[in-house]
Design a protein around this ligand. Structure first.
Ligand code: ADP
Ligand code: MG
Length: 329
C-alpha cells in the first residue's frame, strides 16, 4: 500500500539563477518508488539514495530499515520514520535558495519518503577531499558561513530553530574548484522545532543532536534555541579556518564534549586566525564575547563588518565584497 501524501512543485534554483521549474507529476513520483538507485549516505535516522527520473537527478531520503522501534511513553515508536517524516513535513513548508528544495513526500508501507533536489556532497566530505587538517581561505569560509546564515535568517524569522547545524547537514556542490560561486544548502530538518520546544519523543534528561556542535547548556539538556544554531555555525567557521576539530571524535560522549567546550575561549584566542575581526566574530557566535542571538543578527553583523572581516585578503575579497553588497541583497 502506498499513497502520495503531497506533491510540491518548486523552482529549481542555483544560487539566484532559476533554471526552470521541475514538472514533477504524480506519475514521475511513482517512478521513484521502483527506480534504480545509488546509495549516497546513511545517516543516523535516514538513508539517502540518488535517482535519475524524468531527466532530473534527485535525492530520495527514507528511514533506515535497521533501527528497531523504541518504547517511548509506553508506545513503540519507529524513531527513524518519525525523524524522516518531520524532515519532510518541514521541508515542504519552506522555500529558500539556501535550503534544499523538496519536491514531494510520499508514504510507502507506513514509511515516509522525501524527494529532494540532489545538491552534491556535504561540507564534511568536501573538506575531507582537500585533505585532513587543511584550512579554507578566509573569503571562501566566510562565503559558506554567510550562505548558511541566510538560511538561518529565513528559518529563525519563521520562529524555528534548526537544532542540528553541522557540516554533514550542509551541502555544497563544489569547494571553489570552479570559476563560479558554489551552491550551499542546509538539509535535515528532523530536529527542527519552535525555539525552546521539546518534540513528543524527547525527554528532558536525554540529549538529541550532535555533541560536537553543541554548546554547554544543550549538553545539559536545554531545549534548542536559535542561539544554538549560531553557536554551531561559529564552531564550523573556526574549524574551516583552522583545520582543527573543536571536539574530536565522531560520536563523543557529552562529558568529553564538555571538557573541550570549557577550553573553547582559550582555544579561539590562541588559534592562528586570519585577523582579529574574524576572531571577534567567532567569539561572538560562540557566545564568548557578547552574543549574536539569531540568523538575522548574524547576517547583519557579517554585512556591517565585511570590510574588517576580509581586510587581510586580496583578490577574491574585492569580488566577494561586491557579491555580498550588490548581488545578494
Ligand atoms: N538532497 C541531497 N543531495 C545530496 N546529498 C544528500 C541530500 N540529502 C542528504 N544527502 C546526503 O545524505 C546524508 C544524510 O542526510 P540527512 O538528511 O542529513 O539524513 P540523517 O537525518 O540521517 O542525518 C547527508 O550528510 C548528505 O551526505
Ligand atoms: Mg543529517
Amino acid at each position: 500500500m502506498s499513497k502520495v501524501v503531497g506533491v510540491v512543485i518548486r523552482r529549481f534554483q542555483i544560487n539566484r539563477r532559476v533554471i526552470g521549474p521541475v514538472p514533477l507529476k504524480d506519475r514521475d513520483v511513482a517512478r521513484f518508488r521502483y527506480g534504480r538507485e545509488t546509495l549516497v549516505a546513511r545517516g543516523g535516522e535516514g538513508e539517502v539514495f540518488r535517482q535519475k527520473q524524468a531527466g532530473y537527478t534527485m535525492a530520495v531520503k527514507r528511514p533506515r530499515g535497521d533501527v528497531p522501534p523504541q518504547s517511548i511513553g509506553g508506545c513503540m515508536v519507529d524513531l527513524s520514520d518519525y525523524y524522516v517524516r518531520r524532515d519532510g513535513q518541514v521541508l515542504v513548508e519552506v522555500s529558500h535558495p539556501n535550503i534544499v528544495t523538496c519536491y514531494a513526500v510520499w508514504e510507502q508501507n507506513g514509511k515516509m519518503h522525501v524527494i529532494q533536489e540532489y545538491v552534491g556532497p556535504n561540507l564534511f566530505k568536501q573538506v575531507e577531499r582537500w585533505g585532513k587538517g587543511s584550512k579554507l581561505p578566509l573569503p571562501q569560509a566566510l562565503f559558506i558561513v554567510r550562505e548558511v546564515a541566510l538560511a538561518l535568517e529565513y528559518i529563525h524569522n519563521r520562529r524555528m530553530a534548526h537544532a542540528d547545524i553541522k557540516p554533514e547537514n550542509i551541502l555544497i556542490d563544489h569547494l571553489f574548484e570552479r570559476d563560479e560561486w558554489p551552491v550551499v544548502k542546509v538539509i535535515d530538518f528532523a530536529l527542527s522545532r519552535r525555539p525552546g520546544q521539546r518534540l513528543s519523543v524527547e525527554s528532558d534528561t536525554r540529549m538529541y543532536g550532535t555533541p560536537n556542535y553543541m554548546d554547554e547548556d544543550r549538553l545539559f539538556y536545554e531545549a534548542p534555541e536559535k542561539k544554538h544554531d549560531v553557536y554551531a555555525l561559529g564552531i564550523i567557521l573556526f574549524e574551516l579556518l583552522t583545520g582543527q576539530a573543536v571536539v574530536e571524535g565522531s560520536r563523543p560522549s557529552p562529558a568529553k564534549a564538555l571538557l573541550s567546550i570549557r577550553e573553547l575561549k582559550a582555544k579561539i584566542q590562541k588559534a592562528e586566525l586570519p585577523g582579529e575581526a574574524i576572531r571577534g566574530l567567532i567569539l561572538r557566535m560562540t557566545r564568548r564575547l557578547g552574543i549574536i542571538p539569531d540568523g538575522p543578527s548574524l547576517v547583519r553583523y557579517i554585512d556591517e563588518n565585511i570590510g574588517d572581516l576580509l581586510q587581510n585578503t586580496r583578490g577574491l575579497s574585492a569580488s566577494l565584497n561586491r557579491y555580498f553588497r550588490e548581488v545578494r541583497p
